[in-house]
Write a protein that binds this ligand. Structure first.
Ligand SMILES: Cc1cc2nc3c(=O)[nH]c(=O)nc-3n(C[C@H](O)[C@H](O)[C@H](O)COP(=O)(O)OP(=O)(O)OC[C@H]3O[C@@H](n4cnc5c(N)ncnc54)[C@H](O)[C@@H]3O)c2cc1C
Length: 419
């Protein structure tokens, strides 16, 4: 939707095919924590730097509120294992964040700054960042699309492509077909299904991240985006607190898929290394989808892709009881709070945890922006701007080398820290 807006601002007519509603999958369920400007900009990390700049000016540029919270990121360290984790993670942050400066507060300074904190901790790592409200962002994008005359077709699924030579000439959909000069695949969890038809194999894993929300708490209960080794938390505008997994113990649920067996060589070492943190499950919806799409590709002539619609991944309040209890150790006012809402979102992880942004190899007019690996808000506005530049000018001012689609054809190695 944001790429469509960037393109429409450059005078391009755009149609968006959305099989459900805008934001029904990852983007509407996100914690939406982002890096924001402050301190020294990182010249090497143009994607995240532009994204941080764009978020900080989104409300002025596009004219819609997104409840930007710029109160910072706070990473709570308790023991030596947390410090070891931080050592490794800080290296990645220095290389990749748009504004990577960080400050380490010792426990005494942290308690002065945050009198609401109790419990035992040794230090807090402070960064430039915050969060936005994912549902407000989705609402803003819908209204921007309307103003820019973007044809958004909710409920219409892209099912395949007509290809002549090295060009996509039309996109098949559940209601017909659409002639197009350029095509951008931005289908989140289901981009691998569509890209297979374009000759690009994506070794993606789908990982389920449960989230819960407490009842409303007084403003300032949680500063910015708070990360502990066992929990992640942010406070919403209505006072509720959204809780997810932590940086060392994310408690992710992995719904086994047939693709896992195909890409086992890449993922097995990482799954083994994180075996205490990832629970393997079976989800009948995913398995049914994979079996039927395999049968269809074997027997159907047009080879249409059909992916699940209104897919609601399983969730239970108990998925995050222990994270709420851990958070309440640090923020004692939460001890009596209750979980009042629970849901899950599924993330699209790639082995190197970098998105795929660029032209699809061997197809001259098809592009992809996908595989954001749990960081689509952090990278999003820069990625959308880069795609619009690439489609209209053939090149982008934002460095896209690390994200090029043809890297998937080489040997891929898992990153040491998954989350
Ligand atoms: C619980 C959770 C917490 C997160 N927290 C953070 C965070 O704190 N910070 C951060 O940066 N990122 C976070 N993320 C990740 C971030 O939300 C995603 O990376 C981002 O939203 C991905 O956007 P997308 O547009 O690529 O995919 P999506 O938002 O999933 O959009 C893809 C859309 O394509 C549609 N679609 C798929 N196939 C078809 C088809 N064949 N035809 C038509 N339509 C189709 C889908 O219905 C969907 O609406 C989180 C994600 C989750 C689930």
């Amino acid at each position: 939707m944001l790429t469509a807006a960037e393109l429409a601002e450059r005078g391009v007519g755009v149609t968006v095919l959305e099989k459900d509603d805008v934001g029904f999958e990852q983007s509407g369920r996100s914690v939406a924590a982002i890096n924001l400007p402050g301190g020294r900009p990182n010249p090497e990390a143009s994607l995240l730097r532009v994204s941080a700049d764009e978020w900080s000016t989104f409300e002025q540029r596009w004219g819609h509120g997104i409840d930007l919270n710029d109160a910072g990121w706070y990473i709570v360290l308790v023991d030596d294992h947390d410090r070891e984790w931080l050592e490794v993670e800080r290296g990645t942050w220095q290389d990749t964040a748009g504004y990577p400066d960080a400050e380490l507060l010792d426990a005494v300074d942290a308690r002065t700054r945050f009198p609401q904190f109790g419990g035992t901790f040794s230090a807090i790592d402070v960064r430039h960042g915050g969060h936005v409200d994912a549902m407000m962002v989705m609402n803003a994008l819908r209204q921007i699309a309307q103003r820019l005359n973007i044809d958004v077709r909710c409920g219409e699924m892209a099912t395949g492509f007509e290809i002549k030579g090295d060009r996509v000439v039309s996109v098949r959909t559940t209601t017909g077909s659409l002639l197009s000069e350029h095509v951008l695949v931005a289908a989140g969890l289901w981009s691998p299904d569509l890209c297979r038809q374009l000759g690009l194999r994506i070794p993606m894993q789908r990982v389920r991240a449960p989230a819960v929300e407490t009842g409303p708490m007084p403003p300032g209960t949680i500063p910015g985006f708070l990360r502990g080794s066992t929990f992640g938390a942010r406070q919403n505008r209505n006072g509720t607190i959204r809780i997810t997994g932590g940086y060392r113990y994310s408690a992710m649920l992995h719904d086994l898929s047939l693709n896992d067996f195909r890409d086992m060589r890449i993922w097995a070492p990482a799954l083994w290394q994180n075996r205490k943190d990832v629970s393997l499950r079976l989800d009948p919806t995913i398995l049914r989808h994979e079996l039927s799409s395999r049968l269809r590709s074997m027997f159907a002539r047009n080879g249409n892709v059909v992916v699940p619609q209104r897919y609601e991944p399983k969730a239970r309040p108990s998925d995050r009881y222990s994270q709420l209890a851990e958070l309440a150790r640090l923020v004692p006012s939460l001890r009596t709070s209750r979980i009042q809402r629970y849901f899950s979102g599924v993330m699209d992880l790639l082995p190197d945890l970098q998105p795929i942004l660029g032209r699809i190899p061997d197809i001259s007019n098809a592009f992809i922006a996908s595989g954001f690996s749990g960081h689509g808000y952090m990278n999003g506005p820069g990625a959308c701007k880069a795609m619009a530049e690439l489609i209209t000018n053939g090149t982008s001012l934002i460095g896209l080398e690390p994200y090029r689609p043809d890297r998937l054809r080489g040997r891929m190695k898992m990153r040491e820290q998954i989350f």
